[in-house]
Design a protein around this ligand. Structure first.
Ligand SMILES: [Zn+2]
Ligand SMILES: [Zn+2]
Length: 259
């Protein structure tokens, strides 16, 4: 790998290490491009102010510090490592316009889409929870498609996060709908190395042949939650094996879409 655009920091509350630790590991591993995409803060403006409703992301007040520190590292390491400032964001229709304002105010360069929850997160279901309900699968696919229609996401992280264990024919037709939409909007799909490392239900074996048939572009993302995971040779090898076996169109670098 020469580029990884999927990197977290301690700020999200479930990753370790600060941005400098990740940069040092990336240099050591010989990466050319390192993109930070920590879990975006969201402003749940109608929630109880005493209780932030999400436990997987930094708070809005942490965003300026995150942005400043990555911009400073980008300067320090220019010539050695190309560093980009992004976030991994869900598409939550109710809070999305305010999110964009906040990201623009802080000059965040790019977003990757990681649709971890359905609806607007608060009171709704985690996308990775096992389900046999076709309606949940359809909601996931529709919400992802709507997100891609904004044209603002650089790529779709772990498209196969949805953990559907119901009728395989329904899975195929819905995921084909997702893949066609990704193709139409020119959005690459990520083979997620965190899922591979931790033997999660994704990368999902039945998903990637559909992506190959639909001619989708793919990118490999480390989804690093620890500094030494900005490079993960064993998982990368397994991902490349899938790419070549299925004839997937791999992109080593991606063009960042302006927010
Ligand atoms: Zn995470
Ligand atoms: Zn992630």
């Amino acid at each position: 790998m020469i580029a990884n655009y999927h990197t977290h920091t301690y700020r999200c509350g479930h990753a370790e290490g600060n941005e400098k630790d990740y940069v040092q590991e990336a240099v050591k591993a010989g990466l050319k491009i390192l993109g930070f995409s920590d879990h975006t803060p969201y402003e749940y403006y109608d929630a109880d102010p005493a209780r932030y409703p999400s436990r997987i992301r930094m708070k809005p007040e942490e965003l300026p510090g995150y942005a400043d520190s990555i911009r400073a590292l980008a300067q320090t390491y220019s010539g050695t490592l190309e560093i980009h400032l992004g976030v991994e964001a869900e598409y939550y229709p109710k809070y999305f316009p305010r999110l964009l304002e906040m990201l623009r105010e802080n000059r965040i360069e790019y977003m990757i889409l990681g649709q971890h929850y359905l609806g607007n997160e608060v009171g709704d279901v985690y996308s990775g929870r096992e389900t046999a309900d076709p309606q949940t699968l359809r909601r996931y696919v529709s919400q992802v498609c709507e997100a891609l229609d904004t044209g603002l996401f650089t790529y779709l992280a772990h498209p196969d996060l949805i953990h559907f264990v119901g009728d395989a024919r329904i899975y195929e037709s819905e995921m084909r709908r997702l893949c066609r939409h990704a193709k139409e909007t020119g959005t690459p799909l990520e083979i997620n190395l965190l899922g591979m490392r931790e033997e999660r239900h994704y990368p999902t074996a039945s998903f990637w042949p559909i992506a190959a048939e639909e001619g989708c572009e793919v990118v490999i993302g480390c989804d690093a939650h620890q500094p030494d995971k900005v490079m993960d040779i064993a998982s990368e090898k397994a991902a490349l094996e899938t790419v070549s076996r299925l004839g997937l169109k791999l992109k080593e670098t991606v063009e960042l879409r302006k927010i």
